[in-house]
Ligand binder design. Structure first.
Ligand code: C2E
Ligand code: CA
Ligand code: CA
Ligand code: CA
Length: 279
């Protein structure tokens, strides 16, 4: 072996070690972090079709870790899903999202809705829908103030346990969305079997909407299908005015993306509201 190859490998191994260490550190401290209140929600605005009216926000988890700093969900959600901590984390996110939504409704934005991401692991809990109902009641929000976003990849484990809780949520009056639509294996099967209200077109289809005719054709087809199934459509990852314009023309009813606002910490979102988010 050449020296360069060996040192290359050594460098790689050190990087690996570093990544593995960080991963282990994350795994071992999620529950501690939850107890210490280190997890919080950022909120990304959701806008109406014309881009003028704020209709709600999606709660996105963040972790202010004592030594690693601010950790994003891509680092800890898969770990939390694997070790089960996602159940507590999900409860915490729901609690925060509902409290803040209620508070903002009372502060003059009475129609705001909030979306949370729900992992299949949470749906395996036979009390999940009941807990959601209780939380809504405690906070004093109607069920349709909440949208639960379900990811296709997770719904893939097509178990009755999961779908039972999904139907219970629906009965409660909670809104249901399929997240990252189009990236999973059997998106259409879910649409057929689950009582969803909304699909969120994955941002990978929105990215090159202007320049890529295939993406455009896919988005057109998704929206047409949604319309005939009486489903609402949110586009994620809208970053430019021209993407917005196209999506508006195509009939997508809710917009989300950096063009309208990045995920913001609570205080920043409040400023965003005050600075003329129109309702
Ligand atoms: P997601 O549910 O698809 O959330 C949207 C992600 O896209 C967010 O990343 C958001 O910051 C990002 N995004 C939004 N608009 C744009 C845009 O215009 N351009 C680009 N490039 N990105 C945009 P984030 O916050 O890093 O979240 C990543 C994923 O982590 C989420 O994807 C979701 O699957 C998961 N996640 C976040 N919070 C939670 C949670 O509380 N529970 C669960 N189970 N999963 C969560
Ligand atoms: Ca989502
Ligand atoms: Ca998504
Ligand atoms: Ca995603």
């Amino acid at each position: 072996k050449s020296i360069a190859g060996e040192s290359g490998f050594k460098f790689y191994a050190e990087e690996m070690n570093q990544a593995v260490r960080e991963q282990m550190q994350i795994e071992s401290s999620i529950l501690r972090g939850l107890r210490a209140g280190e997890f919080f929600a950022c909120y990304q605005p959701l806008f109406s079709q014309d881009g003028k009216k704020l209709v709600g926000m999606e709660a996105l988890a963040r972790w202010q870790h004592p030594t690693l700093g601010l950790v994003g969900p891509d680092k800890f959600i898969p770990v939390a899903e694997a070790n089960g901590a996602i159940v507590q984390l999900g409860d915490r996110m729901l609690e925060l999202a509902l409290q803040n939504c209620k508070q903002w409704r009372e502060q003059g934005y009475p129609h705001l809705t909030v979306a949370v991401n729900v992992s299949t692991r949470q749906l395996k809990d036979r009390q999940f829908a009941e807990r959601v109902a209780r939380q809504l009641q405690m906070v004093g929000l109607p069920p349709d103030a909440l949208c639960c976003e379900l990811t296709e990849s997770l719904l893939m484990e097509h178990s009755n346990e999961n779908t039972e809780q999904i139907f219970r949520l629906k009965e409660l009056g909670v809104k249901l969305a399929i997240d990252d639509f189009g990236t999973g294996y059997s998106s259409l099967t879910y649409l057929k079997h689950l009582p969803v209200d909304r699909i969120k077109i994955d941002r990978s289809f929105v990215n090159e909407l202007d320049s890529n005719p295939d993406d455009r054709a896919i988005v057109v087809a998704i929206i047409a299908m949604a319309r005939s199934l009486h489903l609402k459509v949110t586009a994620e990852g809208v970053e430019t005015p021209s993407q917005h314009q196209l999506l508006q023309e195509l009939g997508c009813d809710t917009m989300q993306g950096y063009y309208f606002g990045k995920p913001m910490q609570r205080e920043a979102f409040e400023l965003f509201l005050l600075n003329g988010a129109q309702l």
